[in-house]
Design a protein around this ligand. Structure first.
Ligand code: CTP
Length: 402
């Protein structure tokens, strides 16, 4: 079975072109490779083939309409958009390519392309003149510039009797290209524990000390590790992020709880990635009742929390340890100091306390250090940077001399 596609959630968009007959075969081949497939048709596609064909092949309804009162919830585009791990539009007509390049959302397929953060791939299929038309080419350039993947088109005889560029790739080629979208399983079978989010340190039943971590980076790292083939446990502080697919998640609140959970599970893992923003201090006393404002001054006494990362890296026969360093100034210098002080194998430093990157943001830039080396990952989405980080961790973890 093709490792890259096994268990993957593939959303296939089918638009109205004669190549739809190949899409039916594509669904069959994707399922053979172990992928779960959901199909969405455009209205024009239903002129060539009925939704029932795709429903029978995929095992799920193949809707065309954005608004469907029979759906359990009227939010179908959001559910499907979240479910998808990759979207492939095959065939992609000139018209749908134009709609996508302009960000239109006038049917279910285009709406969920906009609503999904999954990689989008197009398999164009059209008359060669339509493909060569500058309008189509400029739409294609726009889409490429946004990171959309183009599969084909191929050259050859066309249904219209002409010959040239515009044939849709064959199903087996599309399956290959789609599998290539999923990163090489560089952590195949490796057990990874990731901490994420903030820890909250209770003062009384209604108040706590917290920080501005959203959990986005840690969740993205957990998802990227899973996609790289790892078995992942995510120990998370309070976060509203959606849980990554196929990742075991344990919720904790305080640093002490996170420490306890990590120490319990660390003996069964090979890599530890500490992305949580762990509170360094907790209140010495937690009041049972809400503190009343009786006094003019209130002194809150704090004590040190355990350092989870340092404790794990101190373990004899411990895992490969990766830390994060959240810094507001002298990022590289502080990070390198932490690399040594905590005795970790790698540290990913980011600047926090500025807008556009770090806490709460969807983007990040990282400077990564390991003993004797380092690399800078320029600003991009947290999802992308998480994949790059996992790639690096995979390489370092496998280095014999470390
Ligand atoms: N960390 C941890 N347990 C703690 C504190 C930090 O596991 N009690 C981990 C974080 O998850 C991160 C790394 O240590 O991977 C560095 O965290 P950071 O807050 O940047 O540094 P601190 O060690 O807390 O040092 P300081 O606050 O003095 O910068």
């Amino acid at each position: 079975m093709m490792k890259g596609l096994s268990g993957r959630h593939i959303l296939l968009g089918v638009t109205g072109g004669i190549a739809v007959y190949k899409s039916a075969e594509l669904v069959r081949q994707l399922r053979e490779k172990g992928a779960e497939v959901r199909v969405v048709l455009t209205r024009a596609a239903t002129q060539f083939v009925t939704p029932l064909t795709f429903q029978s092949l995929s095992g799920h309804p193949a809707p065309a309409e954005l608004f469907d009162s029979t759906a359990e919830s009227a939010m179908r585009h959001i559910e499907l958009a979240r479910w998808a791990e990759a979207i492939l539009v095959a065939p992609a007509t000139a018209h749908t390519i134009a709609r996508l390049s302009h960000g239109l959302a006038d049917d279910l397929l285009t709406t969920l392309c906009l609503a999904s953060s999954a990689p989008l791939a197009l398999a164009p299929a059209m008359n060669q003149q339509m493909w060569c038309n500058l309008a189509t080419q400029s739409n294609i350039d726009q889409l490429r510039g946004r990171g959309v993947h183009l599969f084909g088109p191929a050259e050859g005889d066309q249904a219209c009797g002409e010959s040239g560029l515009g044939r849709m790739l064959e199903p087996e080629q599309l399956v290959q290209r789609l599998a290539g979208l999923f990163s090489e399983p560089c952590l195949d079978g490796v057990r990874v524990v990731v901490t994420a989010g903030p820890t909250l340190e209770d003062i009384d039943p209604v108040r706590y000390l917290g920080n501005r971590s959203s959990g986005k980076m840690g969740y993205a790292v957990a998802a990227a590790a899973e996609q790289a083939g790892a078995e992942v446990l995510l120990v998370s502080g309070v976060s509203s992020q959606p849980r990554p697919k196929r990742v075991e998640c344990i919720d904790v609140r305080s640093a002490v709880e996170m420490h306890e959970m990590v120490m319990r599970r660390i003996p069964q893992c090979e890599i530890f990635i500490a992305a949580a923003a762990v509170a360094d201090y907790r209140p010495v006393r937690q009041c049972k009742q809400k503190i009343k404002k009786e006094f003019f001054h209130l002194r809150l006494e704090l004590e040190r929390n355990p350092d989870i990362l340092a404790d794990v890296s101190r373990l004899a026969d411990g895992p490969f340890c990766v830390g994060f360093a959240a810094e507001t100034e002298r990022v590289a210098e502080h990070a390198q100091t932490k690399l040594v002080a905590k005795g970790v194998d790698m540290i990913a430093a980011n600047r926090v306390g500025q807008s556009g990157s770090g806490f709460e943001s969807n983007e990040n830039e990282l400077e990564i250090f390991w003993p004797g080396g380092g690399v800078k990952l320029p600003q991009t989405s947290k999802k992308k940077i998480a994949r790059q980080l996992i790639e690096l961790i995979g390489q370092r973890y496998k280095q014999p001399e470390r």
